[in-house]
Each structure stands twice: as structure tokens, then as C-alpha cells.
Design a binder for this molecule. Sequence first.
Ligand code: GLU
Length: 364
Amino acid sequence: MKRLIIKIGSNILASAERGLNTKRLRAITKDIADVIDRGHEAVIVSSGAIAAGLKKLGLKEKPKDIKLKQAAAAIGQSSLMWAYEQHFADFGKKVAQVLLTRDDITNRRRYINAKNTLFTLLSFGVIPLINENDPVAVDEIKFGDNDMLAALAAGLVEADMLVILSDVEGLYSKNPKNKDAQLIRSVQKITPDIEKLAGGKSSAIGTGGMYSKLIAAGQANDHGIPVVIMSGKKSGLIARLLSGKEVGTYFHPRGQRMSSKKGWIAYGVRSKGAIYLDDGAVKALTEMGRSLLPSGMVKIEGEFEVGDYVRCLGKDGKKIAKGLTNYSSKDLNLIKGKKTSEIEKALGYKYSDEVIHRDNLVVV
Ligand code: GLU
């Protein structure tokens, strides 16, 4: 558990009326500085810019207007950074600001640039503080909320664990307002029943809520990264967790940790279309570690070019894999269901036997 990503939500750090909660921020920075002193690396994904900005703008609650939210984020981000910088300095730590949009993750070159910067910062012992670049992020280039940003950042820095600090102790068997609600200690797999426990409701100041935390946890788990959702309102919990004590709710990773390249294919890049597969091809991809050949394709959806990323779906539409296609959708329509020996005759050329090579494919 060397490299930790720690996601800190707005609810813990700030409120619209009072702005930043510096007492809590100090306690959290101390906790994180402590675990760094014990040999861990930390990357922080922190919200709180909008909430901090609202107070400075004299607004009592989070506005609906996107321009106001962006202005609040721009005003609040500097306060947020300044607060972290001052408190971490007291514990001998340096911080660096890294603002990202969804586009920075989707675009392979920017993704690699961000990764190189983050790794360089870590090599200097600096704590990268990531937030969404809210003033420029609208709609399709937005992560939506920082839980999802944290899951993608965990894949980006190949984190050993994602810790989500929340205003509740973890995932409960029912709404934690009920007296008999029980804290669930460990989740093997995020099933629809588990998702139901999260209720799907957003909290007032952040945009996340437990539901989005579960989606983010599931995504990090798919990268092979364990996730803990726990309280960010109590001190000393991160150190307790790292000493092996039960804290919050632990979400088990699925398989080995993916390389950041595979993580990017699976969750970073957006797909341009889909290829429906027969059962034999599904088995070849999921159980035998094979590449995708034309013979296993039954239907092509969408328009895409060579080098685009596409989803591979089962006949029922279930997502099986994602990968980089060696043929355009137009050509795939001409070779679907055919043997590899028939590609050249059908197209007049052959780029490769594989439609998607195994090295450029991730089973999800
Ligand atoms: N990026 C936003 C902020 O810093 C918060 C987004 C979220 O946590 O949902 O205020």
C-alpha cells in the first residue's frame, strides 16, 4: 500500500455559509503528513473550491447557474490551495496543484503528460493536489464529480489504494439515519443490490453522494485497486487503516492492478462505436486471452476509423471488452463473420489478422 490516492469531499472541508473549515483541513493534512512520514506516497483529490468560493462571493447556497459555479471555483481554488499549502508546510511537506478536465484523461498525449508530471512530483516528495479544472470544464469534458476524477486519477498514478473520505463512516445496510443501520465492513463485488443501498441521492454541497462513490469504487476495483470509503471527520483513521485495522467499508479489487495504459483503454478513452460478438469470440477474449478476429463479429454499431477505440459487446449487449480497432466500421461490415484468410479478398488489402490485437484490448 505504498501509493495512496485520498479523495476529500466538499462536505468535509467546506460549507457555503462558512467557507473552508480550516480546523478539519489541518487535522486531515496532519493525518496525511503522518502516513507520508511512515513511507507512503499520497496524491490528494480535493473538492471544496466551489464551496470556498461561494462564501467569498457572498452566496449562501450552491447556484444552479454553471457560470456562477465556475466563477466560485476559480475564486475558491486559490483559497483551497493556499490553505493546504500553509498547513502541509507546518508538517514539512510541499504541495503542487494539478487541475484536470475529462479531456485531459481522454486524450492519450495529455494523459501521459499528466502522468509524467504526477510521477515527477512524487519523486520530489511533493504531494500533488488534484481538482477538476472547473472554470473551463462544461458538460462533456466534465468528470461530473470528484469521486469519478479520483477513480480515474487512481488508474493514472497506478495507486495501491483509493481512500475516499466522506461525511459518513462508510456504506450502511440502510440509510444511516436509521438506528438499526449497520456499517458494512467489506464488499466483494458492487452488485445492483449494493447500489440500492446507496440510494442514488446527492448531498447538498458536493455533487457526489454515496451512489457516485460506489460507481467510482467499482471503477477503481476494476483497475485492480482496493478502495476504502470512510469518515473524513475523525482524526487518525488513515493511519489506523494502514496499520491493518478495520476502518470504514473496504471494497475488494478485481484481479491484478492494471497498468495505466490498460486503465486508460478501459476507462479513459471514449469509444466511438461497438462490435457485437458471438459466444465463441466472447469466450476467446474473456477466458483464453486471445485477440479479436473477424469470424467472431456479428454486428457493427456506429461509425469509426482505424485507431479508434470501440466497445466489444456480447450478443445481449453486455460490455465485454474495449480496444483499439485495426479496421474502420465500413471495412468491418465487409469482413464480419469471415475467416482471416478471406480479409484480403473482401477488402482488397489486409492490415492484420486481428481486428483488435490483444495488447490493445482490455477485458472489462
Ligand atoms: N470540483 C468541485 C470543487 O472543488 C467539486 C466537485 C465535486 O466534488 O463533486 O468544488
